[in-house]
Design a protein around this ligand. Structure first.
Ligand SMILES: *Cc1c(COP(=O)(O)O)cnc(C)c1O
Length: 431
C-alpha cells in the first residue's frame, strides 16, 4: 500500500490503473460510474442483479486477434473451459480461433455455438465414454489420448482415421501454483516420456487411430516465456519420428492486480518459433504445425464482476457473492483489486478486506485494498479480471443461484447467460 493510497485522496475518483487489468476503453465517469464498452456498470448491476459477470466483447476479440497475429503460422485454440459461454465460443470462432474442450458439456456448448467439429480438439485425463461419444458425434477432429488404456477405449468407439495426439509430461516446471502445475512428474496428466513409445506403438497397431502429434500443457498463470521454449525443445526431443502437430497447450498469465503485467505474446512467438526450427533441424525432422491453447490470457481481463455491498465492519466490506462465483481465492490464494463504482467519494481511503457471503472464513476476494471509508450497504463494487474460470467454476454453495453473464459492446448490453433462480435449484431436488 503506497502513501498516496492511505492519505485522503485529493480527487474523489481514483484513476484506473494502466496495464490491461480492465477491458480496453473502460472509463470512469464524472459521477464515479464505471463505463465498460460504453455501458454504465451501475446500470447493469441494477438491471441484471448482483453478482453479475460482465464481458467486454471487443476486448475478448482483440486479445484473440493478438494471438493470431503474433503466431500466424500456428493454430490458436481457445481453451473452452475458461469461459463455456456460447457467445464467447462464437466470438472466438469468428476471430479465426479453433476450440479445445474437455467434456461432453463443452462439446455441446461448441455445437450450440455452431463451432464445427473439424475445428475442435478434445483433451482430459479421465474422459468418460459419454465425453468421447459426444465428441465423436460432433465430428471432433482431434482427440488427445492421456493414458495407455484410453487408446483401446477410444479405438473401439471412433471411426477409422480418427486423429489423435498423445499428452506427454514434458518435465518442465512452470513455477506457478502447485494446483495448476501440470508439466512435471507426480501430477495426474499425461504420459511419462518413458511410457511414450509403448503408447505410440499401441496407437500404430490400432486400425482406427492415426497419430498426428504430441500435446503438453505445463500449467496455468505462467508468466515465463522461457518455460514454453523449454517445453518446445523437450517435446521435439520426444517425437518418435516425423509428426504433423505439436500442441504446446495454454497457461499464459493474465494480470489480476495493478502492477502485474500482461503476457508477452510476441516474445513467446519469437522464442517458440526459433526453438522449434532449431530443434527440428538438429533432429532432421520436418517442422510440425504448432497449436497453442490460450484461455485465461484471452478472456480473463475482458471480464469483471459486479457485487453489491451487504454489510460493513471496521476493516471489512462484505458483498453478496464470493466463493460461489469466484473459488480462486480458496483454490490458489488468489487476491483481487475491487473498486467502488456508481458514486464519487472523497472519503479517506483505508485498507479494507472485501469478503464474501459464504460460511467459510477463507471466503474473501481482496485484502488490503484501498477503499473509501464511507463504503456502505447498497454500494456497488466492481472486480476486474474475472472473465476466466469464474462463471466456469461457479458453484451453488449455500444454495446460492449462479450469477448472470452479460456482454457489452458499443453501448449495447446482451444477456448471455441468465441468472439462476432458487426454483432452478429446487427443481433438481426430488424430495
Ligand atoms: C486449462 C487448459 C488450457 C488453458 O489454460 P489457460 O491457463 O486458461 O490458458 C489449455 N490446454 C489445456 C490442456 C488445459 O487443460
Amino acid at each position: 500500500m503506497t502513501l498516496a493510497e492511505i492519505l485522503p485522496s485529493l480527487g474523489a475518483l481514483d484513476p484506473l490503473p494502466r496495464g490491461g487489468l480492465w477491458p480496453e476503453g473502460t472509463r470512469v465517469g464524472p459521477d464515479g460510474d464505471l463505463l465498460v464498452g460504453g455501458v454504465s456498470m451501475s446500470g447493469v448491476a441494477a438491471r441484471f442483479g448482483t453478482p453479475c459477470h460482465v464481458l467486454d466483447e471487443p476486448h475478448a476479440r482483440a486479445r484473440a486477434r493478438e494471438f493470431r497475429a503474433a503466431l500466424p503460422e500456428a493454430e490458436v485454440l481457445f481453451a473452452g473451459k475458461s469461459s463455456p459461454v456460447r457467445a464467447v465460443y462464437r466470438w472466438m470462432a469468428e476471430e479465426g480461433l479453433s476450440l479445445d474442450v474437455c467434456s461432453a458439456g463443452e462439446v455441446e456448448v461448441a455445437r450450440a455455438a455452431g463451432v464445427p467439429g473439424a475445428r475442435v480438439l478434445l483433451h482430459g485425463n479421465a474422459k468418460t465414454d459419454d465425453d468421447l461419444k459426444a465428441a465423436l458425434a460432433h465430428g471432433v477432429r482431434r482427440i488427445v489420448v492421456d493414458s495407455p488404456a484410453e487408446v483401446d477405449t477410444l479405438g473401439a468407439l471412433c471411426p477409422a482415421g480418427q486423429e489423435v495426439l498423445i499428452r506427454v509430461i514434458p518435465g518442465v516446471d512452470a513455477r506457478t501454483h502447485r494446483a495448476i502445475t501440470t508439466g512435471v512428474s507426480g501430477q495426474k496428466f499425461g504420459v511419462a516420456p518413458e511410457a511414450l513409445p509403448a503408447v505410440v506403438d499401441r496407437i500404430a497397431a490400432h486400425p482406427n487411430l492415426r497419430l498426428v502429434g504430441l500435446h503438453c500443457h505445463i500449467g496455468s498463470q505462467v508468466g515465463r516465456v522461457a518455460a514454453y521454449e523449454e517445453a518446445v525443445r523437450r517435446m521435439v526431443s520426444l517425437f518418435p519420428g516425423p509428426l504433423t502437430t505439436l500442441d504446446l497447450g495454454g497457461g499464459f498469465a493474465a494480470p489480476y492486480r495493478p502492477g502485474e503485467s500482461t503476457f508477452d505474446i510476441t516474445g513467446l512467438a519469437n522464442r517458440v518459433r526459433i526453438a522449434l526450427r532449431q530443434e527440428c533441424a538438429a533432429r532432421r525432422l520436418p517442422v510440425p504445425n504448432l497449436l497453442i491453447e490460450p484461455g485465461r490470457a484471452v478472456i480473463a481481463n475482458a471480464g469483471l464482476t459486479l457485487y453489491r455491498v451487504v454489510a460493513v465492519k471496521p476493516g471489512f466490506v462484505a458483498v453478496d457473492g464470493g466463493m460461489s462465483d469466484n473459488p480462486r481465492p480458496s483454490l490458489y490464494g488468489a487476491r483481487y483489486a475491487p473498486r467502488l463504482i456508481g458514486r464519487a467519494s472523497g472519503a479517506r481511503r483505508v485498507p479494507t478486506a472485501v469478503v464474501g457471503r459464504h460460511c467459510e472464513a477463507g471466503d474473501l476476494i481482496a485484502e488490503d485494498v484501498a477503499l473509501p471509508q464511507d463504503v456502505h450497504p447498497g454500494d456497488v463494487l466492481a472486480v476486474p479480471a474475472t472473465g476466466a474460470y469464474h462463471y466456469a467454476m461457479a458453484s451453488n454453495y449455500n444454495m446460492t443461484p449462479r450469477a448472470a453473464v452479460v456482454s457489452v459492446r458499443d453501448g449495447q448490453t446482451d444477456l448471455r447467460v441468465r441468472r439462476e433462480t432458487i426454483s432452478d435449484l429446487l427443481r433438481r431436488d426430488l424430495g
